[in-house]
Design a protein around this ligand. Structure first.
Ligand SMILES: Cc1cc2nc3c(=O)[nH]c(=O)nc-3n(C[C@H](O)[C@H](O)[C@H](O)COP(=O)(O)OP(=O)(O)OC[C@H]3O[C@@H](n4cnc5c(N)ncnc54)[C@H](O)[C@@H]3O)c2cc1C
Length: 429
């Protein structure tokens, strides 16, 4: 049996693990990173649709609004490695970056693989062992003893767990860290998918977790492929408004997603899982209130009805022309499926009140991040060391911290990994 001893061992060479390896190995500590996949940071490779939105340049006060459930926990990590520091660290290791709309930062090359190469370079003072899956962790006196699936045995006095969450399990994150944290006495908050497609009733068969692979129903096929811009959307939980958002949504083969679809998914999934009745109300014309909108619609309908091209047509045909002027043409059919009796006199009400019940959501197979994880109450936010087990550290998505889209999740992974690595190395001195 192979036996290896290191000062610091990091489990998981993802975003947090590689950042931890870079900071922990900057001094004299002997650092090993154990990664179960044949290559590191598989998930980072698929981030930002292959472009990797790796951070966001917002100041802490704005940045923190995008972190859940307890942004204050991430403050020390954020200041240990700010977005500016991260951009600089990447630059020192050969990666140029570009800031885009909404302060989101991407590699100038537009390639997530360049971020992975840069991370691996930054962590090159640590020993990286791929295809090395940790199976079990025991604590014997003050020493952590790790057993791997390949039969190897590893010991250290400082252990950093950066095994990620449960999303996209094919990238290697299968929730192993939760199991060990729990066995070592930590509270692990229940996990749920977040930043995921939510599925309107009738879009696909099923309820609760509805696999991405489930075929679309006829209603789903009508909506699939439609993107709506500048709409407002209210999430309703048990009949009460719970969240208001303004922006864009996309109907896809999964369900409803896009920027504000993702934004409401966290609360939506949680509410469905706890048995609440969930729905959404879409306002297709948020810039105009109902009365002036109805006056405009009536005037428009009069014009259409007087137009020689349409004036001899049936009412229903003229209504279709009207709808085609008020919404993307592909939306007319599903809109009429939900409002079969609509007429030009009540159209403003329907355009501003498109209600859909939400039956379920796409699960870990295709969600972006995991809501839940190792309880923040039992981890010191200044060092990321466990308050229960000295020498044990957690960073990244394994912790009960998740964020909106915009580079916030990766920044939390990098900055918390960096702080955990620094703290573990410092504690050895
Ligand atoms: C499709 C998609 C797109 C995304 N896009 C963005 C984006 O553009 N911007 C953004 O900010 N965030 C994005 N995210 C979220 C972001 O990728 C994650 O929040 C981040 O990768 C979490 O980092 P982590 O290091 O904690 O976990 P991971 O990156 O998941 O790394 C965990 C590592 O631990 C390894 N591991 C697990 N168990 C073991 C074990 N038993 N032994 C050894 N190794 C183990 C895994 O193989 C993995 O390599 C995206 C996520 C997805 C799924």
């Amino acid at each position: 049996m192979d036996n290896h001893n290191y000062d610091i061992i990091i489990i998981g060479a993802g975003a947090a693990g590689l950042a931890a390896a870079a900071s922990a190995s900057a001094g004299n500590s002997r650092v090993a990173v154990l990664e179960k996949m044949p290559r590191p940071a598989r998930k980072v490779m698929i981030t930002g649709k292959g472009r990797c939105n790796f951070t966001n340049m917002k100041s802490w006060s704005e940045f923190s609004e995008h972190l859940h459930p307890k942004a204050a926990f991430a403050k020390h990590s954020f200041y240990a490695l700010t977005p500016e520091n991260l951009v600089e660290l990447f630059k020192e290791n050969g990666l140029e970056s570009v800031v885009e709309r909404g302060d989101r930062v991407f590699p100038s090359s537009g390639k997530a693989c360049d971020v992975v190469d840069t991370l691996v370079r930054a962590a090159s003072s640590a020993d990286l062992f791929c295809s090395t899956e940790v199976d079990d962790i025991q604590r014997e006196n003050d020493i952590f003893v790790l057993s791997c699936k390949d039969g190897s045995r590893w010991t250290c006095t400082r252990l950093i767990v950066t095994t990620g969450g449960l999303s996209y399990p094919l990238t290697g994150s299968t929730g192993d860290g939760y199991r060990w944290a729990s066995a070592l006495g930590h509270t692990v908050r229940p996990q749920l998918p977040s930043l995921t497609a939510i599925v309107p009733k009738g879009y696909k068969d099923g309820s609760g977790h509805i696999s991405r692979e489930t075929p679309l129903s006829e209603y789903g096929r009508m909506l699939n492929g439609i993107s709506l811009k500048n709409i407002s959307l209210t999430l309703m939980i048990d009949g009460n408004p719970a969240q208001d958002e303004f922006g864009d949504i996309d109907f896809t083969d999964g369900g409803l997603e896009g920027p504000i679809g993702f934004k409401i998914s966290r609360r939506c999934v949680s509410a469905i899982s706890s048995g609440s009745k969930v729905g959404i109300v879409i306002d297709l014309k948020p810039a105009v209130s109902a009365e002036p909108l109805q006056s405009r619609i009536s005037a428009l309908f009069d014009d259409i009805s007087k137009n020689p091209k349409f004036r001899n047509r049936h009412y229903r045909d003229r209504l279709l022309v009207l709808l085609g002027r008020l919404m993307p043409s592909a939306l007319v059919k599903p809109f009429l499926a939900d409002f079969p009796g609509t007429d030009h006199k009540r159209l403003s009400r329907d355009l501003k009140n498109w209600r859909m019940d939400i039956a379920g959501y796409v699960g870990y197979e295709r969600c972006v991040v995991t809501n839940g994880g190792v309880s923040l109450d039992e981890v010191n936010s200044k060092t990321l060391e466990s308050k229960l087990v000295p020498g044990l550290y957690f960073a990244g998505e394994v912790l009960d911290m998740d964020a909106d889209t915009g580079g916030y999740n990766l920044h939390f992974a990098f900055s918390s990994g960096h702080l955990a690595g620094l703290s573990a190395a410092k504690s050895l001195k």
